[in-house]
Design a protein. Structure first.
Length: 388
């Protein structure tokens, strides 16, 4: 840890100097955390320093946890990946395919030609999108906001499919539905499924959909970079308990906790408190599925995201449920590495070939902020320089 501290801390401080208000990051091997550090502040208003145990909104880093819980259900015979998902959760069978969205907000839909399966949800081929990345979904979201009777989170899941299930890769709210499927087949709140089957075996004591008083004391503020480049604290409030456990985006947690979770995927599926996944499940779940084109993201809501393209010019695929680098990254992770990100510029990777996993976590919008992207890349290069 001592040899890593100087170079990795310098990489975090460089990100702060470059315009990221605060960042927490860490590195682990299959056995234990190698290094965790922080730089900058938890809030530009309070000036409180970021710390290794700062609590952050994990956002789409939640998806890997939900995928793990879903694969546990497959192991236990509770979910058949190729059965219609409506058999476990009838509401998902009500989704229709969008045919036309009028200028006045009217929607014309049709039934899908095939049913959504859990495999499609895990692979993001169900046809579900996100409003920040698709103008049609953004228009539908604006219409929902004008309806005072709508329950925000549940209403957001009722968005129509953009194409027939299984047709192509479209990143979106599939994992929120997958979380509902897991909760339904377990007969429990998703929070309880995660705690009993993932958090407790991994020793994750500060990760939850619920923000407890102890977590709130360490909660990092969500920041936004305005058009003028200035960073301010978002005024969005964080409830103690969510309206709905959203398996695609809802967890809060710490970098040390998330590193403990990543060790499940870096190794053979085991954890200090018991096995989380079987080795044979890990073996097939980490392989990218041939034929899925991972497409760039548009910026339908510029306040939330910039245009995004992952690893331009390099081969990539999608696994259960991670982006897979099919080429080595120069100076960084090896081919076959698993990765994904969270909206507020959170990123992780699992490099099974090198025996290294890492997390780099800011709390800054919009997504793919240039300073955050540069900070992540410099941190990754520093990790591999120091670990050889």
């Amino acid at each position: 840890m001592t040899t890593l501290d100087g170079p990795l801390r310098a990489a975090l401080e460089a990100a702060v100097t470059g315009g990221v208000p605060g960042v927490v990051a860490g590195v682990t091997d299959a056995a234990a955390t190698r290094w965790v550090g922080a730089a900058g502040v938890r809030s530009v208003e309070s000036g409180e320093p970021a710390a290794s145990d700062s609590v952050i909104a994990l956002q789409s880093a939640t998806k890997a946890v939900t995928a793990t819980a879903a694969l546990q259900c497959v192991e236990d015979g509770l979910i058949d990946l190729d059965a219609p998902a409506r058999e476990y959760l009838p509401a998902i069978g009500e989704l229709q395919v969008l045919e036309e969205l009028g200028d006045d907000g009217t929607v014309r839909t049709r039934p899908p030609v095939r049913e959504i399966t859990s495999r499609m949800l895990l692979l993001h081929t169900a046809g579900l999108a996100y409003d920040m990345f698709d103008a049609r979904y953004a228009a539908l979201a604006r219409a929902r906001m004008r309806d005072p009777s709508a329950t925000p989170l549940w209403a957001s899941l009722q968005a129509p499919l953009l194409h027939d299930p299984g047709e192509r890769w479209t990143y979106g709210i599939s994992m929120d539905w997958m979380g509902l499927v897991v909760a339904a087949v377990r007969g429990q709140r998703l929070e309880d499924v995660f705690r009993e089957r993932i958090f407790e075996p991994c020793g994750m004591t500060s990760t939850s959909f619920d923000v407890t008083p102890a977590m709130r004391e360490r909660l990092s503020a969500l920041h936004r970079r305005g058009r003028d480049g200035q960073v301010m604290v978002s005024q969005a409030s964080v409830p103690d308990t969510p309206e709905l456990d959203m398996g695609g985006q809802g967890l809060y947690g710490t970098v040390p906790d998330y590193l403990a979770f990543l060790r499940v995927w870096l190794g053979d599926g085991s954890a200090p408190g018991g096995r989380v996944l079987r080795p044979e499940t890990i073996a097939w779940a980490v392989r990218g599925v041939p034929g899925l084109e991972i497409t760039p993201f548009a910026a339908a809501i510029p306040a939330l995201t910039r245009e995004v393209e992952f690893f331009p010019g390099m081969r990539k695929s999608w696994a259960y449920s991670f982006l897979v680098n099919d080429d080595d990254l120069p100076g960084g992770r090896r081919a076959g590495s698993l990765t994904w990100t969270g909206l507020a510029n959170i990123a992780y990777w699992v490099d099974r070939a090198s025996g290294v996993a890492a997390v780099w976590a800011a709390q800054l919008l919009p997504y793919f902020d240039p300073a955050a992207v540069a900070g992540l890349h410099e941190f990754e290069r520093a990790v591999y320089r120091e670990l050889g």
